[in-house]
Design a protein around this ligand. Sequence first.
Ligand code: BTN
Length: 319
Amino acid sequence: MQETRERVLDALVDGPVTGPELAERLDVSRAAVWKHVEALRDEGFDVESGSDGYAIDEFPEFGGSAVEYGLEAPFDVEFHESIPSTNARARDLAQEGADDVVVLADEQTGGRGRLDREWSSPSGGIWLSVLARPDIPATHAPAYTLAAAVAVARAAREAGVDARIKWPNDVVVPGTDADGEAVERKLAGVLTEMEGEADRVSWVIVGTGINANVDPGDLPSEAEPTTLRAETGDVDRRVFTQRVLEEFDDLREDLDAVVPAWREYATTLGKRVRVDTPGGEVVGEAVDVSFPGALVVDTGDERVTVTAGDCEHLRPVED
Ligand code: BTN
């Protein structure tokens, strides 16, 4: 957030404060104060103007300044009511040299998922992309993807949802289907893009889609989706987004902590899996995840380390 806007917001939260007082305190013109107040109103802040001056009563449920306010992570947040894809917008910002920016949207009209699939992103979700320029080799970038999945799982668990992670980065919730069979429904997914040389990343974009205040019926059923609304009721998206960004920021500062944290919530480990990899199909028991996010599969003959692919959980083999 622009520094003056942030200071105006701070003062209004502590308000009431008159325009002239605020102008003097911040050393800006009254017209500038008025401009910031109007901009905050445009973002959905309920700025009251009474005889004692301006004061803020209510925060908008979602939005750039709202998420930045009180956020304990160093991100600027660019909010869009509707945008084709936050990852695409973050790529444009990367070309412009931006760093530590989050592109956040209420709705995406052209959301992309892994393996070039469409990602349905109706209004009410949390669709965000973090653009960062970490000083890491390209081979470590998958740890960023896992970190985002861990961050979402933690935020969802705080909200009372039994969120787990399916390799590599699907946040899922265990449940049962109409026949009482165990199923895992997808709550969130992560799509990471990056650019750089082998020894150093230039930028990385971690795109995270969270089915938040959305009806599962409004999402494609093939994806076996669930939503925070279905699991626990609507959440405060401002606070939920802040928690995700704060957890993600902590983890990226300590990449060695990512895999142990991921293992804590893993639903894939110990299961029989089939992984479609660029090099062919691997079937066996998922026995571990190694840094920066590779799945170790015991096929019975050997242990195969898979770095990328589509993973399916299989039913255990009957003896
Ligand atoms: C997956 O296939 O599981 C990954 C889905 C990633 C979707 C998110 S929503 C925000 C960002 N913008 C996009 O277009 N995709 C990612």
